[in-house]
Design a protein. Structure first.
Length: 266
């Protein structure tokens, strides 16, 4: 205890010094406060007009170098590493950063697929051959997490916005005693998920096990989907409910010509 008292007193002295600087009790403390404020929120004088072309060139060159190094990293590192982890990969895959993949997951990627950054694909130990299938022209935003123990399918032209989570299982047993014993989920509690073609999943949404999002359906942001969503419906909420049907169904009629567009004549 005798050794802790000097350390405590030094700690209190430091707190007292910080308080004096914040209050600016003396000119010296006010000067230190000004210096610290400048370090936290530095301000620079206005740039002279004759120097703007020079610094504009430096500005464009700075971001140009960043883009160059990013392109080299994606082409030489990100693509080869991720394609080696996938079972099959189509043409024209676009990746922002290297997805993080865990478990024995089979990944099948179609043509013209777009993957954002900081994406995670994971699988557990429940079933032998979990599969993630992302079909042609589908797109996943940043920070998307997909957890697969059976199968998750994202069909053609589907869009999953940033920070969404898709899982075909709950991650733990429903029974409290089994959770306390850290028991794994049962195989019958795993149910596949399907995001049908042209569906849109809003940001921060969670698609739960056994759910099918119908063709062209829209899931609003921050929704938790626990039941199937019909095709071309708009669903939102926690748990998500269908509010509109036939909201995004394609029109069979050709678009009306605009005022500036010349009419076809016979």
């Amino acid at each position: 205890m005798a050794r802790e008292i000097p350390m405590y007193s030094k700690f209190m002295d430091m707190n007292g010094l910080i308080l004096k600087v914040k209050r600016g009790e003396t000119p010296a403390y006010r000067f230190l406060r000004t210096v610290f404020r400048f370090m936290l929120r530095p301000r620079a004088p206005r740039l002279p007009r004759f120097l703007k072309p020079l610094f504009r060139t430096i500005y464009e060159g700075y971001f140009g170098l960043i883009a160059l190094f990013r392109t080299a990293r994606v082409v030489l590192i990100t693509h080869p590493l991720f394609q080696s982890r996938c079972t099959s990969v189509g043409r024209n895959l676009s990746i922002e950063t290297l997805p993080y993949v865990t478990g024995n997951l089979e990944i099948h990627i179609g043509d013209d697929v777009t993957l954002g950054g900081k994406i995670m694909f994971e699988s557990g130990r429940i079933l032998d051959n979990p599969r993630l299938i992302i079909k042609d022209r589908a797109a996943l935003g940043w920070n998307v997490e997909i957890s697969v123990n059976s199968e998750v399918v994202i069909e053609e032209d589907a869009r999953v916005a940033f920070r969404c989570r898709i899982s075909d299982h709950d991650g733990h047993p429903r029974e409290a005693d089994l959770r306390a014993l850290d028991r794994p989920i049962r195989p019958q509690d795993v149910r596949p998920v399907r995001i049908c073609r042209s569906a849109w999943i809003g940001n921060n949404s969670h698609i739960m096990k056994g759910v099918t999002i119908g063709e062209g359906a829209i899931v609003s942001a921050n929704s938790v989907v626990m039941t199937d969503i019909p095709p071309y419906a708009l669903a939102m909420g926690n748990p998500a409910e269908v509010y509109f049907r036939n909201a995004g169904r394609p029109s069979k009629k050709p678009p009306a010509p605009s005022e500036n567009q010349p009419q076809a004549t016979t």
